[in-house]
Design a binder for this molecule. Structure first.
Ligand SMILES: *Cc1c(COP(=O)(O)O)cnc(C)c1O
Length: 384
């Protein structure tokens, strides 16, 4: 049976995987080694030095390529290291058009690291592709999309942006951390690069920090591999193993994240003390139609704003939560709550933040896979 014909729910388990050559280990061993014996200079079994390649990382990279319907996977020491490698495809004078509502760390990397090297970043609301086209000029080399966006849960039409990118011969990269390939596969919609913070849903157990890129094009893969090896921000064998193990249950976890997310979103929407709930599954969500056509379900990420509340009221609610842990990050089996203004998005200036809806009272939930009734009971006691 060719792997290509396997359904997603089988590729999470078998994609790119083979029993280990040495002893037939079903799970790829953690090859905790920096170097490999050569029988003569340059004669080896495909591995020379673990920055360049390590068998456990290779197993993860093959799994990543398989679940994203790509041809080449690259694993990094963090999601930001993966983004860093993509931006290193560019040079001084080049321009990037990015989602305006994006992960705070990506914004910081763009503005505070790469602008110094002469790369310009333009941030736009991408729900209308015409807004993107207005910003394209002869220096534009890359469009950076995050969808659903963080933390406002806007949904961007990947296929429409891809058509635009192709028309102007610009690369399109999609940060697929929130959706995961269970919900959407951007390469199938025309994206050139898929990026992940595998720290989140792919790892799924809040025990590792890893990043990933997946591409279809061989030349692009070679350029990114060159950067990965030359800059050296690789992930280690233990971390590769943990993400590989996480991916094997991705589909089962995601199904429950989506089910619980739906229950929590509706509970919040019907709560008299809640003003706004941001979740793409609502028919009233401005991008619901795109979400419905582009995604297989709506995920477990939800943001909400309590009625008439201030910074302090939001802090009070998140502090009262017991089952939802107050913490940065998302995508683990356990439910987390965050306060973007003081946590994940603190590095974005308040004025910039509020322009896109990240008000001081916004609360973000990563709904885990606990029993939904316990999650509701916890929200009930915290919101009051
Ligand atoms: C966490 C996150 C990142 C950064 O990944 P790290 O693994 O923390 O470096 C990038 N994009 C999104 C959407 C994220 O949630």
């Amino acid at each position: 049976m060719s792997e290509k014909t396997l359904k997603f729910n089988s590729r999470t388990i078998h994609g790119g995987q083979h029993p280990d050559k040495a002893y037939g280990a079903v799970m790829p061993p953690i090859y905790q080694t920096s170097t490999y014996a050569q029988s003569a200079p340059g004669v080896h079994q495909g591995f020379e030095y673990s920055r360049s390649a390590n068998p456990t990382r290779t197993a993860l990279e093959n799994a990543l390529a398989s679940i994203e319907n790509g041809s080449y996977g690259l694993a990094f020491g963090s999601g930001l290291a993966a983004i860093d490698a993509v931006i290193k495809l560019l040079g001084p004078g080049d321009e990037v058009i990015s989602t305006n509502d994006l992960y705070g760390g990506s914004y910081r990397l763009f503005k505070q690291i790469f602008e110094k090297f002469g790369i310009t970043f333009r941030f736009v609301g991408m729900q209308e592709t015409t807004e993107i086209e207005k910003q394209i000029n002869k220096n534009t080399k890359l469009i950076w999309v995050e969808t659903p966006t963080n933390p406002m849960m806007n949904v961007i039409n990947i296929e429409a942006v891809s058509t635009l990118a192709k028309k102007h011969a610009v690369l399109l990269a999609v940060d697929n951390t929130f959706a995961t390939p269970y919900l959407q596969t951007p390469l199938d919609l025309g994206a050139d690069i898929v990026m992940h913070s595998a720290t989140k849903y792919l790892g799924g157990h809040s025990d590792v920090v890893v990043g990933a890129l997946v591409v279809k094009d061989k030349k692009l893969a070679e350029k990114l591999y060159f950067i990965q090896n030359a800059s050296g921000a690789v992930c280690g064998p233990m971390d590769s193993f943990l993400v590989l193990r996480g991916i094997k249950t991705l589909h089962v976890r995601m199904q429950r994240h989506c089910e619980n997310g739906k229950v929590v979103a509706h509970y919040l929407a019907n709560h008299p003390k809640i003003e706004n709930v941001y979740w793409p599954g609502f028919e009233t969500h401005p991008n619901h139609a795109i979400a419905k056509s582009q995604m297989n379900d709506f995920g477990g990420m939800i943001s909400f704003v309590p009625k008439g509340s201030s910074y302090d009221d939001a802090i009070k609610i998140v502090s009262k939560l017991k089952l939802f842990t107050l913490a940065e990050s998302l995508g683990g089996v356990e439910s987390l709550a965050g306060h973007p203004a003081s946590m994940t998005h603190a590095s974005i200036p308040k004025m910039e933040r509020e322009k896109i809806g990240v008000v001081d009272s916004l609360i973000r939930l990563s709904v885990g896979i606990e029993d939904a009734s316990d999650l509701i009971a916890d929200l009930e006691q915290a919101i009051g």
